[in-house]
Design a protein around this ligand. Sequence first.
Ligand code: ADP
Ligand code: ADP
Length: 230
Amino acid sequence: MIHVRNISKTYHFPHTVHALVNVSTNVEPGEVVVVIGPSGSGKSTLIRCLNRLEIADEGHIFIDEIDVLDPKTNINKLRAEVGMVFQSFNLFPHKTALENITLAQQVVRKRSFKEARENAMALLHKVGIPDKANVYPDHLSGGQQQRIAIARALAMNPKVMLFDEPTSALDPEMIGGVLDVMKTLAREGMTMVVVTHEMGFAREVADRVMFMDEGKILEVGPPEHFFTNP
Ligand code: ADP
Ligand code: ADP
């Protein structure tokens, strides 16, 4: 589903940093890959390259049939197919939860309002907060906002979901609810790449764990390879 071949990314400002150095990997359909490694090791850069939030300097990236680095590839289509959830929720503050989920469906997927709304309601049920449809983001907890952000990405029917430290900005009591939604997605067969410090999630859900350091993937293997059982 995801093919990454020999990609590199160097930032030139404020310092020269080789954030990714000749990285190659594959993610199979339905696979959940958890990316771990020290701060600054290139985890975020790697997954941001997958939906062209960063542009790799060289190499090839294919998501299913999509050539990510081809300048002719439609960026809105790419970002619909490759859903992304960030540490910060980035919801539109002046739109309700439901509107946050319907908006892109109408614009990018050209769905009717009725269709987008039905789909959004189903997704609000899926992420466990159907009662929050008409609530604005600043009246929702961080965990609820993150679940809306996940629903918004899912509304595009993505082929792949990327998560960049999705629970790092949350109060501890909010983390479980977000991880539960992610576990459900994994069980349903979503292809996922997840940067997280939640080692319990990695042990329980990951098909493979990828350890990065200094812009390289140093080790990839099943979670048992990285974590001894408690
Ligand atoms: P991680 O996600 O593992 O913490 P990042 O991919 O965020 O690592 O960063 C890798 C390296 O690239 C770090 O040294 C970081 O400071 C640098 N870096 C990341 N983003 C940028 C940017 N937009 N401009 C300059 N340097 C960056
Ligand atoms: P691997 O055997 O390592 O799993 P593949 O045989 O799947 O790799 O892919 C072989 C080559 O084809 C890779 O260099 C990859 O970048 C490229 N490739 C993968 N998917 C596509 C695609 N959908 N369209 C065009 N080229 C692709």
